[in-house]
Design a binder for this molecule. Sequence first.
Ligand code: GEK
Length: 244
Amino acid sequence: MPTGEDKLFETPFVGVSDFRFDERVSEVFSDMIRRSVPGYGHVIRLSGLIAKRYSIPNTVIYDLGCSLGETTIVIANEVTTSGCRIVAVDNSEAMLKRARATTSGRLVNPQPIEWLCKDITDMSFEACSIVVLNFTLQFIAIEKREELLTKIRNSLVPGGLVILAEKVLHKDTKSQQSLTDLHHDFKRANGYSELEIARKREAIENVLVPETPSAHNARLIRAGFSEITEFFHCINFKAWMAVK
Ligand code: GEK
């Protein structure tokens, strides 16, 4: 693993309500996301298989909000489509620095990877066949989400697709509470204390804004996607592939 153990919320720190993908988070990120997101490994693995099956020659594959490049590496190792270039984007310099330093030794079938430090709401896209948004759209301001997805859709070549993985809300309050309880049980089972769970929740509340699956579905349709397929669901996390 390229990072250390996540003990960030064991003790309170200044700015706890202000979660940022900084140096401290990048150092423990790999441990944090595996212990916090049920099925994370499956989503990453499946993203590689989807990219392998659906990537189109001579197009770009984007990994948006790539963090430490977990999805990027799996895609690079799976995809053999000729002339594809992988562009991994994040607006956290700390994440990208660590990603660049830790990924090269893990590439077995390397496609060229370009690491880009950019805000994904503020970039233009080249002709692409796969765009991955794994647990990233949830950090984009709600009012900017549709514009981003429309821009992505317009940059996809025919047959291209977006992979979208998100934390989701259940429309029913009781079911939502049950899923939240279960998610916290999952975290407890992975060694997080009550205090760590509560502090992380407080810190991320205004930063990670989940929506219901139907809100995602409706937005994908408005953005021009035609075929939307859910390929993963675990507790309060879902992933879809949506074809142009
Ligand atoms: C993985 N996909 O391991 N522009 C660019 N990057 C952004 C922006 C933005 N506007 N906002 C947030 N990010 C990864 C996991 S993590 C998910 C993705 C999580 C980046 C942010 O810096 C962070 O690296 C990533 O999106 C979200 O599969 O932490 O739960």
